[in-house]
Design a protein around this ligand. Structure first.
Ligand SMILES: [Zn+2]
Length: 333
């Protein structure tokens, strides 16, 4: 048993309370390799933004859970070395799907876990979530639950259709499970293809897809039922078209990739939405930078020469999200 407190990590409780009161959101960035983690920590340290490092089941399988935990521990020390005196870094399990997986993360030094029972029948989601909460709270680990279904593909999580969260269920769900935050479905989705072309309109000038707006009426109804309760948005990458264009220019093939416009996320960040998950955008930044190096310098074979530019591009992206979209800069001095 390793407590996250020994690793210098924090849970989400205080982070979220401050974010709701302050009208901003905490970035939750997924990581599964060193360059990504360096970029996240550098961007957070330079902007003094609290940050949630997310590890999915797929990332655990890819990078090894022991190594990931030591990387997170190293991240705290790296942050201090960068001059961030009191780093507020949370290590969070993204989309845990069983009690055993969540327990193993709690026992392994995670400061927060998500139990995603959203694909289960309502009562089963409650029972599973409650079981995880009861275990995690013994160790002061915070728990995110999910109600409603997001469409799209994210590692092992896949759903064809989305189902908006039903506002009439949230009080009962939050009360009976005791969860600390709730991921909801209001039209975001996982991956780099968040909407089918037929769900969008097309900008006549650029030919690019214009996605439909998020269901802010559903968010408002949920906030009315649960005033001050921390809400989480998954699948909130914006799929920057400049990255998609670079990828497509240099041999990639991502036609009609589309995300959530940043002005909608900016609006959400000001509400009770206090955690916004961004993964695909960093994958796009990485891929765009690597493809560009490969195309322009075909003789290059030192991974540092293409992973380095990829890391710089991700750092730029994370800082942009923190400062221009979430507003979490300067909130963790
Ligand atoms: Zn998700």
């Amino acid at each position: 048993m390793v407590s996250y407190k020994e690793l210098g990590l924090v849970n989400t409780r205080e982070m979220f309370a401050k974010a709701i009161n302050g009208g901003y959101a905490i970035p939750a960035f997924n990581f599964n390799n060193m360059e990504q983690l360096q970029a996240i920590i550098k961007a957070s340290a330079e902007t003094k933004s609290p940050v949630i490092l997310q590890v999915s089941k797929g990332a655990r399988n890819y990078a090894n859970q022991t190594l990931l935990r030591y990387m997170a521990q190293g991240a705290v020390e790296y942050a201090k070395e960068l001059g961030w005196e009191h780093p507020q870094i949370c290590l969070h399990l993204d989309h845990g799907d069983t009690f055993e997986l969540c327990k193993s993360c709690v026992d392994f030094g995670f400061s927060s876990v998500m139990i995603d029972g959203s694909s289960l029948p309502y009562e089963e989601n409650i029972a599973l979530t409650k079981k995880v909460v009861e275990y995690a709270h013994q160790y002061d680990v915070t728990v995110e639950a999910e109600l409603g279904v997001l469409a799209g593909v994210e590692d092992d999580v896949q759903a064809e259709e989305s189902h908006y969260t039903k506002p009439e269920e949230v009080i009962d769900f939050a009360t009976r499970t005791g969860c600390d935050s709730l991921a909801i479905s209001i039209g975001t989705s996982h991956g780099a293809y968040k909407f089918k072309p037929e769900q969008c309109t097309r900008d006549p000038k650029t030919g690019k897809l214009v996605p439909p707006p998020l269901a802010f009426d559903v968010l408002d109804a949920i906030m009315e039922k649960l005033p001050g309760f921390p809400i989480v948005l998954h699948g909130s990458s914006s799929v920057p078209q400049e990255y998609v264009d670079i990828i497509n220019t240099y041999g990639g093939k991502m036609p009609d990739a589309v995300g959530i416009p940043e002005e909608q996320l900016r609006k959400a960040a000001k509400s009770a939405v206090c955690k916004i998950n961004i993964d695909s955008d960093s994958r796009l930044a990485f891929t765009a930078a690597v493809r560009k190096v490969f195309a322009e310098k075909p003789g290059e074979f030192d991974p540092r020469k293409y992973c380095g530019p990829a890391r710089d591009e991700m750092t730029k992206l994370y800082k942009h999200k923190i400062i221009e979209v979430l507003g979490s800069n300067g909130k963790a001095e």
